[in-house]
Design a protein around this ligand. Structure first.
Ligand code: BGC
Length: 562
């Protein structure tokens, strides 16, 4: 390798890079439908659980808060499993193949939920859909990350977070409409017998007629469950026509030609173009490196024992462990900063802040969802410009301050908040400010970082673990928040604020900046110089190519050399 320095060309703006390759932008928007399905599935259930025609069909689920909680949590728990087992699926069937499998599972689960007439089938459908959601959340960010270029990867993977928020929003407003199918009451002609003397509520056991509801139709809840099949099918059919990840194809010995063609299709350039060959060879060098490491570390192993050894290698060296720990912690903090505590229990939280009735539900779910979506947008513009670390740190600080203020207000006024309107409104405003801070930071970056920091050989296994961390944490939050809100009230906000502070410190001390680096260049970001140098040697061997991407291969920490 000579030491002639190459002057890197002026970096192009994210907007320009997207304009130059609208195909990759369109593809990413399309694939992020996977995120939409997640948001929709998560959001749809709260509205359905309130519908009287649903209550008439499943009185036990409606009346038993434990069963209701499990109906919500089944998704989270099974998604944990779906994400965890998806590593081997992705290795075997490819990124596209596993997405297709997830879509088929999702469609089955949605059909079961929409057609359910017994509690068992309803829960079964929820579990099957949850499994698919776990798979999708594992594979979508990883696929997007692998097909992107370094300079716009943050924006493209960030589209999945935008789609999650849009999914939550669409499900809410859709159900707002479908609840009117046949009327909002199950039995409009009789006075209800449930609830208390002063506020009567629907009692599904006594108030629904022998043939079910005379008012609200079952379609009110079945339609939202059935409708999600449509975007899933669109995603599945579309995936048949989209390119497989070149990185996956390159890992298969006999698919090198296909890998090059796929990369050319993604970059919209001829397979013989210089820029393409540089990128292609840098990916190939990474694959060769991973293979040589595997040969040395796991000689003679195959099948299950090789798999176990590969999983073990995720924690066997400090640089490998550091990457896994960073990926898992980012996902853990995404959940433990409390985002879903706000989303799942917004009505209770706004109730603590002195709001009740219709205004509460509307503010709690509808408006909160709109803020969630709108404040994700800045991240799409900033994530590749200012970087991941500043967004995470600003977001964590903003969430910390907001939660401390809300906790202090609830702690100081308690039940008297109803008569202290300005304090109550200040608290509500800070709940929204909290939401804004989550939506541009740990929301999108939480999914992005794990999808970009691992080597190609162990990426799928590692991302399966990081994604399942998110689901397990989500499950725990769903489980403990209602009890916390009841038992420690204002302390709940301080509890989550403490995690925001930890997330800030964790980012500052442990998360390296990955903006603008190619996936093959993450060794440098994590200080793994030995791996980087070995890859540089392999680059030379397989075509005198240089590492690809801005900042990439900065001769393992210096200027780009040729
Ligand atoms: C989280 C979800 C959360 C959503 C809210 C996502 O990044 O993973 O659990 O509900 O953001 O916008």
């Amino acid at each position: 390798m000579s030491s002639r320095l190459i002057q890197p060309s002026a970096p192009k703006s994210v907007y320009r890079q997207l304009r130059e390759n609208p195909f990759i932008f369109g593809l990413s928007m399309f694939v992020s439908l996977g995120g939409f399905l997640f948001g929709y599935e998560q959001g749809a259930v709260s509205g359905v659980l309130k519908m009287e025609s649903f209550a008439a069909e499943f009185p036990r689920v409606y009346l038993d808060s434990g069963l209701k909680g499990w109906f919500v949590s089944t998704l989270l728990l099974v998604a944990w499993l779906g994400a965890l087992v998806n590593g081997p699926v992705v290795d075997h069937f490819g990124r596209r193949g596993s997405m297709l499998a997830a879509v088929v599972v999702f469609v089955c689960g949605s059909a079961l939920q929409a057609a359910a007439s017994t509690t068992g089938v309803l829960f079964g459908g929820r579990a099957v859909s949850g499994f698919a959601i776990g798979m999708l959340t594992m594979i979508v960010p990883m696929y997007l990350s692998e097909v992107s270029t370094a300079g716009i990867r943050g924006t493209l993977v960030g589209l999945q977070q935008l789609s999650i928020t849009v999914g939550i929003l669409v499900s809410y407003w859709l159900e707002y409409g479908t609840q009117y199918i046949g009327g909002t009451r199950c039995a409009p002609d009789i006075p209800y017998t449930g609830g208390t003397e002063s506020s009567r509520k629907f009692d599904p056991i006594h108030d629904a007629g022998p043939n079910g509801c005379t008012g609200q139709d079952g379609a009110a809840w079945r339609v939202p469950f059935a409708l999600k099949i449509a975007p899933a099918l669109v995603l599945g059919v579309g995936m048949l026509f989209l390119p497989e990840s070149p990185r996956f194809l390159l890992m298969r010995k006999d698919e090198e030609d296909k890998a090059l063609k796929s990369l050319a299709r993604l970059r919209r350039v001829h397979p013989d173009s210089d820029s393409l060959r540089v990128e292609y060879l840098s990916i190939k060098a990474e694959v060769l490196f991973d293979e040589s490491v595997a040969r040395v570390k796991h000689p003679g192993k195959s099948g299950v024992s090789l798999y176990v050894a590969q999983y073990a290698s995720l924690v066997s060296t400090w640089p490998a462990f550091r990457r896994l720990a960073v990926g898992c912690c980012v996902m853990f903090f995404q959940q433990f900063t409390g985002c879903n505590a706000m989303i799942y229990y917004a009505p209770t939280i706004f109730g603590q802040l002195g709001l009740s009735g219709d205004t509460t539900s509307l503010l709690a779910t509808g408006v909160y969802g709109v803020v969630n979506t709108l404040s994700t947008l800045p991240a799409l513009f900033l994530i590749d410009k200012v970087g991941r670390r500043p967004l995470l740190m600003c977001g964590a600080l903003g969430m910390f301050v907001s939660l401390v203020i809300v906790g202090t207000i609830v702690g100081a006024y308690g039940p008297d908040l109803r008569s202290h309107r300005s304090a109550a409104w200040a608290g509500i405003a800070f709940i929204f400010i909290y939401d804004v801070n989550f939506s541009y930071s740990f929301g999108p970056v939480g999914w992005l970082l794990p999808s970009e920091i691992f080597n190609v050989g162990n990426r799928s296994k590692a991302v399966a673990i990081t994604t399942s961390t998110a689901w397990m944490s989500n499950f725990v939050i769903g489980l403990v928040t209602p009890d916390m809100l009841e038992a420690i009230g204002w302390g709940t906000y301080i509890f989550f604020a403490a995690f925001c502070l930890m997330a800030l410190a964790f980012t500052y001390f442990f998360v390296p900046e990955t903006k603008g680096r190619s996936l093959e260049d993450m060794d440098v970001a994590f200080g793994d110089m030995a791996a980087c140098e070995e890859k540089m040697r392999l680059f030379k061997n397989c075509g005198d190519a240089r590492p690809y991407g801005a900042g990439a291969g900065a001769e393992c920490g210096g200027a780009l050399v040729q």
